[in-house]
Design a protein. Sequence first.
Length: 298
Amino acid sequence: MKRISTVVMESYRLAQYAESLSCYLCGEDNGFDWVRCHYCHAPLSLAQSAKKRREIRLLTAVGSPGCGKTSLLGAMMELLTRPGHEVQLRVCNSLSLSLQESTLISLSQGTFPAATQMEPEHWNWVHCELRKGKKNPVDLVLPDLSAQTILEEWDYPGRHSVVRGSLTRSSGLLLLLDSTRLVAGDRSEEFSAIKTVSYLCELNGHRRLGWPGRPVAIVLTKVDELGRIDHPQQFLSDLAPLFWDLCSERLRQVEVFTTSIVGAVGQRFAGEDAQTVPLRVEPSGVLAPFDWLTASLL
């Protein structure tokens, strides 16, 4: 005996899949329910926010390998998500917690976070809601891009579309320099910073709307190993004069900050290999560059 049943066809679900979602950074089409862009691996929550006409602001952090970028961003997120700060952050998705979580776990275990891998699918993207007082909130995005990939983009412009797309969309920049390398006379740190400013001005050199008019926070990292820097701008001018002259000539909004994540470091030896490890976590000056940058965003 055959049984006859009625099945409701939910054709609206098929219609949803027929509508693509364009990536906010690279413009590639993706499925409406995908989490990351299939091409550049940027979070598609940005595209969803743009579709709802929400105001989006990107702040990109760049620096040479080993400058402490991941540690700074992770510590910054930890402090900003705590109650009591004037600017409040609320993460928009679970992916946005990965950077903060991995940084805190590494520091609590007596190690620094591992270097960000070159493959974009392994990068951490922080997408959060930025709120200050009664002002309208904005969507803030903080990508943790691979330092090695960034250097490749400086040398071969256009090779890494996600780096180029992020910097094209960015409203401000955290430019990190390792203060210990500058003191040691490592010129590669200065040359890398010079390439950064040159690349940005070539990317968009409009005096008001391009990078010459956008805020750039120069952050001297690992200051705990030097003791104290009373005059950061003079410190940078003395140890990286070519870079500072370029900044003074081409950037209208630039400020120099000093930061440290730990109070002291030590060396852990495994045979002939030595690894620098944190002895105690004492963040200092972490929020100052962020507060300066976000003052122009809200």
